[in-house]
Design a protein around this ligand. Sequence first.
Ligand SMILES: N[C@@H](CCC(=O)N[C@@H](CS)C(=O)NCC(=O)O)C(=O)O
Length: 232
Amino acid sequence: MIDLHYAPTPNGWKITIMLEELGIPYNVIPVDIRTGEQFKPDFLAISPNNRIPAIVDRAPADGGEPVSVFETGAILIYLAEKTGRFLPADMRGRTRVIQWVMWQMGGLGPMLGQHGHFRLYASEQIPYAVDRYRREAARLYRVLDTQLGKTGAFVAGDYSIADMACFPWTMTHKAQGFTLDDYPSIKRWYAEMRARPQVQAGLAIGKFVKEPFSEDARRIMFGGGSARAAPG
Ligand SMILES: N[C@@H](CCC(=O)N[C@@H](CS)C(=O)NCC(=O)O)C(=O)O
């Protein structure tokens, strides 16, 4: 059994989508990141970066002690290797997928995260920051669109953990001020991803209640200020 320490956010959804695709049993342990549960010692013991999601595999392949994993890229690779699915075993296929997972982890996620923060949540509007991250987000959307145009299918060719890593972040496109009409290959892929029952099941886990952040939540997550809406 896999324990999933989780909140329903783009990073959380990557893992619920993967677990739903795998069809393996898992146990959701909610972590309320608005009230600071990510800083509790029990959670920090498995996720020292105080971020969700994290997993604990209580039945690892080597039959040994439970294995805990934090960082979604590492979790996706761990689950793919455990099950032999959604990550090709051959060197070329594996490299194709891993590079797009790393691209998402180092680029798409953090840049869209910063763009969302400065555009929607920052207590003061800083045009330089909003503009810088908007341009970087637009550049990354263009990179993804070009890649999906080349494959004509999924991010790295066949459906893989690269799609599960990228898709939840593209779900924020409206809040980020983007229209998929400007990115026809993303639009095609997005509709295909959205239509997958396993993706829908993953997104339905602990559906986020859209409500403004409280001042306490802001202090815990951002260090102060005021906000307009919840993430996701
Ligand atoms: N690079 C990390 C990012 C995880 C992350 O940023 N999680 C957010 C929610 S989407 C979080 O836990 N935030 C808690 C906080 O900011 O205190 C990963 O991919 O796992």
